[in-house]
Design a protein around this ligand. Structure first.
Ligand code: SR1
Ligand code: MG
Length: 408
């Protein structure tokens, strides 16, 4: 097809029938069935199965010309689907098997045909259920080190890098992040929502000019620092896992931005889970044990990331110095990750788009305590980031954070 039309669970089957690329999975005329399963904020997602053999299946992901969770009143570019498809191609080339296999990218139809990841689950849901993922830190730390290093000026020649920056200019989705992560949570803005029990804290944060100055500083870094091709939305809802496998999905927010935005997203979302267990896990020993597990993941993700990043730097010929310069680069990256991770934690309590980890705590007062802890961790990461010397310093900030709720 060459003109855009939004598919449904019937027309998606007609569409797949004329795709040569899916012959490896489905025979030309075999009976198929489909269901729409998208639960994200933006797109349609169809799972399509062989009726005869449900082990053979595919996913079709199609962008809508608007933001799905808001509706047609918020139009959104279909170009995001091209960005996502091309980012998946780059990521697959660098880290094969860490993203879904892409069978077809149809730019006019704003859709991709991809591998259906089963039995993978969205990581956020697994963490709510206190599941453990023994390979996750190695997988995600390596994925981030390789994709970020190999799309940066540390690795690419100057002309390729600049062509890639141009290919991944993504103004509309970057604007969502600029508004929803860095700006709207700290002002009156349409779409903001928060637990009304947190009103005093929300008011205090909106009036805290020193904090807002730090967040504006980070926003400027996000908008101006074309350091590497970042995923741009690497929260635990963009990661699918089993005990043995980890896949990164949904890079529609990809663009050339600061590396710490991706690393901070992973670390910050692990700590959103940490905070949420104040509500999900009421037995103190069980809670403490799982929160320690999450902090262990924070340490392990950073440690793998740093080890791999340094290894790539040392092994690839690059005009950039190693030694003290490399140490300084990694330290700044840790501090950037803390700043961006802190912003990403706070926006999930104060802004338009929340996370299931916190929203699924039914009792408002229990939820407010968990949300207030998330705000405390996020603030400390933003405020203290330039004094961090190691990942253990970042973890110490989490351990020392206390919810302000209930208020005196
Ligand atoms: C309107 S889009 C809201 C959020 O969903 C995406 O996952 C991004 O995090 C975005 O900020
Ligand atoms: Mg997404």
């Amino acid at each position: 097809m060459s003109t855009y039309v939004a598919l449904d669970s019937s027309t998606v089957i007609d569409y797949l029938r004329q795709c040569e690329e899916v012959r490896a999975v489905f025979a030309p005329d075999e009976p198929l069935w489909a269901r729409e399963v998208g639960d994200g904020n933006l797109n349609l997602v169809f799972q399509v199965y062989s009726q005869a053999d449900p082990r053979r299946s595919l996913v079709v992901k199609q962008a809508l010309p608007y933001v799905r969770c808001v509706g047609p009143s918020w139009p959104m570019t279909l170009e995001r689907n091209r960005i996502e498809g091309e980012a998946l191609q780059v990521e697959w080339a660098i880290c094969p098997g860490r993203v879904p296999r892409l069978y077809r990218l149809d730019v006019p139809m704003a859709l991709m045909v991809m591998e259906n990841l089963e039995p993978h689950v969205i990581m956020r849901k697994g963490l709510i259920a206190r599941k453990r993922y023994p390979r996750f830190a190695e997988h995600i730390g390596t994925f981030m080190a390789h994709t970020l290093f190999k799309t940066s000026d540390l690795y690419l020649d100057h002309a390729t890098k600049k062509r890639e920056v141009a290919r991944f200019i993504n103004p509309d989705l970057c604007k969502i992040t600029e508004d929803l992560v860095f700006t709207h949570p700290y002002m009156e803005a349409e779409g903001n929502r928060w637990n009304r029990l947190l009103d005093p804290e929300v008011e205090r944060l909106r009036a805290d000019q020193a904090l807002k100055d730090e967040i504006f500083w980070l926003k400027d870094q996000f908008m101006t620092r074309a350091q590497a091709l970042i995923h741009g939305d690497l929260h635990t809802g963009s990661i699918m896992v089993t005990e043995d496998d980890t896949r990164v999905i949904d890079p529609e927010f990809a663009f050339y931005g600061p590396m710490g935005f991706d690393v901070g997203a992973v670390l910050g979302n692990l700590c959103l889970s940490y905070a949420s267990h104040e509500g999900h896990t009421l037995d103190p020993d069980e809670r403490c044990e799982y929160q320690e597990y999450l902090l262990g993941l924070v340490r392990a993700v950073w440690t793998v990331f740093e080890r791999e990043f340094r290894r790539l730097w040392d092994e690839h010929p690059t005009p950039w110095p190693g030694g003290a310069y490399q140490d300084r680069y990694l330290l700044q990256l840790l501090r950037d990750s803390a700043g961006f991770g802190g912003c990403k934690m706070m926006r999930r309590v104060l802004g338009l788009a929340h996370v299931l980890d916190l929203d699924s705590i039914p009792d408002p007062a229990t939820r407010a305590r968990a949300e207030s802890l998330a705000l405390a961790i996020g603030q400390s990461w933003v405020r203290e980031r330039e004094s961090l010397a190691s990942i253990d310093d970042l973890i110490t900030l989490v351990r020392h954070a206390r919810p302000a709720f209930p208020y005196d």
